[in-house]
Ligand binder design. Structure first.
Ligand code: DGL
Length: 271
């Protein structure tokens, strides 16, 4: 069983890849809708929420955990890996940066755009890690906070989203970037629009796909890991996930039925 957590429903874009590449694995998903959004919260708060979620997963005997949320990965991926040394934790940052390291020479990538929530961009974590691979990279980061709401409203093909995207992506287009990292759970859902604006030659890097590559390697090298075995997927949210159906339908075949429970592992009183 693979534990996956996110601030809400966006992590389904990561679950989609897990279902596709590891159909034999069951997913234990938690979306922290009670504290949504993560993208506008401080490092301290995100570390605190993430740590509580991982502690709960640990109590549930889940020892392989994916931080699907890019904001939580930006602020807390290293922190959680250091804190929970006896669990396997994968965030979005390390696999993505490794993917860039793997391909940049062949693909002649020099200028890289990074888009994400305000928190992800403020953390500058993608930028720092990419420059560790090659200090000559030119990194252009841009927070695109409205994308999450527009996508959750189902406005993926709407002209409003196109206008917003034109505005957000303009500075990246002007810099003639070679590659773009989609540093937020939701952005793969508007990949076509991004291609339309930046051109088909741009190399789009989806952290969820980079994660799959890392997971494949991990399973190859750790055949013996004692992982919790379950018959069914389990989905939990800390409060009502209003846009669950919409995002689910964008990610999966409409017929797929996913039941979820409301569960608050934070021991917080909700007034
Ligand atoms: N899941 C978040 C991320 O990938 C986006 C939504 C939020 O701000 O909570 O950064």
């Amino acid at each position: 069983m693979i534990g996956v957590f996110d601030s809400g429903v966006g992590g389904l874009t990561v679950v989609k890849e897990i279902f596709k590449y590891f159909p034999q694995e069951k997913v234990f998903y938690f979306g922290d809708t009670l504290h949504l959004p993560y993208g506008t919260k401080s490092e301290k708060t995100i570390k605190n929420y993430s740590e509580k979620i991982v502690s709960w997963f640990q109590k549930e005997n889940i020892n392989l955990i994916i931080i699907a949320c890019n904001t939580a990965s930006s602020w807390a991926e290293e922190y959680l890996k250091n804190k929970f040394k006896d669990i396997y934790i994968f965030g979005m940052i390390e696999p993505t940066v490794k993917e860039v390291a793997r391909i940049y020479k062949d693909k002649k990538i020099k200028k890289i755009g990074v888009i994400g929530t305000s928190g992800t961009i403020k953390s500058r974590v993608y930028e720092k890690k990419l420059l560790e691979i090659n200090k000559n990279f030119k990194i252009y980061s841009k927070s695109c906070p409205l994308f999450v709401s527009l996508i959750e409203e189902g406005l993926i093909k709407d002209k409003i989203t196109k206008e917003v995207a034109l505005k957000y992506l303009k500075p990246l287009k002007e810099k003639n970037i070679d590659a773009l990292i989609l540093g937020c759970t939701h952005y793969p859902l508007i990949k076509d629009l991004i291609y339309e604006i930046l051109g088909e030659n741009i190399l789009i890097i989806n952290p969820a796909e980079a994660l799959i590559r890392e997971l494949k390697l991990f399973f190859e090298n750790n055949k013996q890991i004692k992982n919790k075995k379950e018959k069914n997927h389990k989905f939990f949210f800390s409060d009502v996930p209003y846009n669950f159906e919409k995002i689910k339908n964008f990610c999966f075949n409409k017929k797929i039925n996913i039941n979820f429970e409301i569960k608050n592992p934070f021991n917080e009183k909700i007034i």
